[in-house]
Design a protein around this ligand. Structure first.
Ligand code: ZN
Ligand code: ZN
Length: 138
């Protein structure tokens, strides 16, 4: 079974994961805390530890450019994903990139650089924000 067993999560991990799932958008650790405080998880150390576990399980991804965390849409997965970050609304789309990464890694390898980890973020406008610039709704 490759499926992550929810019972394998700690209580705090479960609470933090539920907060991220209900948000459906990236949350900073402090935003997560607002959701989890009613559940009794209110210490930054508890939040960070739970996030570390969830990232380790690949149920949650850290979005570096936002310093925030996003629940994985594709869990459980072994594939690499790119993260398209909207500069308009802060929405992040997880895009599985599959074999596309291979070409990039081969190009990097020609420089002699040994890649250890990859994390790809792209910034731009999501479909809704792209529309908004045309119609100026709201
Ligand atoms: Zn993912
Ligand atoms: Zn947007």
């Amino acid at each position: 079974m490759s499926h992550a067993d929810p019972s394998a999560l700690t209580r705090n991990e479960g609470i933090v994961l539920a907060a991220l799932k209900s948000a459906r958008r990236p949350l900073s650790a402090y935003q997560i805390m607002e959701h989890t405080t009613p559940e009794g998880v209110r210490a930054p150390q508890q939040i960070y530890r739970a996030l570390q576990g969830l990232v380790g399980h690949r149920l949650v991804h850290r979005i570096e450019s936002l310093n925030a965390y996003l629940v994985c849409d594709h869990a459980p997965h072994e594939h690499q994903s790119a993260f398209a970050v909207c500069t308009g609304c802060g929405k992040v789309e997880e895009v599985p990139i599959g074999k596309a990464l291979g070409g990039l890694l081969r190009a990097v390898a020609t420089t002699g650089f040994a890649v250890q980890t990859t994390h790809i973020e792209l910034s731009g406008l999501c479909a809704a924000c792209g529309e908004g610039t045309k119609t100026a709704a709201g």
